[in-house]
Ligand binder design. Sequence first.
Ligand SMILES: [Fe+2]
Ligand SMILES: [Fe+2]
Length: 253
Amino acid sequence: MFLKQIPILIDNYVWMLVDSYGFCIIIDPGCSEEIIKTIEQNKWHPIAIFLTHNHIDHVSGVKNIIQYYSHSITVFGPDETKQHYVNTILKQGDKIVILNKTFEIFFTPGHTSGHITYYSFPYLFCGDTIFSGGCGRVYNNQYLEMYNSIKLISTFPNNTILCCAHEYTLLNLKFTMFFIPNDITIQLYFEKIKSRLKIGKSSLPSYLIFEKKINLFLRTDEFFLKKELGLSKFSSALEVFKELRIKKDFFWS
Ligand SMILES: [Fe+2]
Ligand SMILES: [Fe+2]
C-alpha cells in the first residue's frame, strides 16, 4: 500500500491510496483529467472515491471519473456531497473496509457544516480541516465547530500522517513567524519548505507530532498567544483560536 499525491488546480492535492495489485482509492478529486491520466499510465484500478466536503475544488472530478470507469466505483461522502454521485453517505462513527484497510469516519465541521475526515492508521485524509502550519478557513461563524475539529485531530496518534488538501504551508508559516519570529524550528521548516517548493516538490504530507510544534492552531492553549493577539489573560483557548483564525483571514503578505 502506498500513498500517491497529485497536484491539481492552483494549490490542491488529490491523494490516492494504491495497493500492491493497483487497486486504488481517490480522495477529493477536484478535477478528472490528471487523475484519469495517472491511473491509466500506471494501469491502476480505481474502486472508490472519498469526499470530505462539498466544495467545488474537491468534488468536480467525480462525474467524469465514474463515467470513464463505467460506474464501477463506489463514491463515499457526507450528506452535503450527495448530489455528486455519492452511493454511500457517511457520518461520525461509520467504518468502511476497503483495500483490506478499515477507515473510520470522523465528523469535522467548521470549514463546512458537514465536513468529514477519513482515518486509517497512519493516514488521515483531512480535507480542508487542518493544513501544515494552519487550518481551514471558517465559514458561517463555525469557530466552535472548527476549534473542536482541530482538537479532535490533536488526539490522534502522534505519528499520524496528515494528508491535507492544499499547499498553503509557506503562507501559513509566514503568518506563524509574524507572531513567533525567533522560533528556530519554525525558521528551519520555513527555509526547508521554501527550497522544496522552488524545485517543484510538495510540503505535504505532514506528521501530527511535528504540527504540534509549528502549527499555532494546535497551540491555542499556550499563554504567550493571548499576549501576542492582544487578548486578556482570562481569554479561553477558543477565543484565541477565533482571533488567530480571523487574523489569518487578513494576512496575505
Ligand atoms: Fe473547502
Ligand atoms: Fe479546498
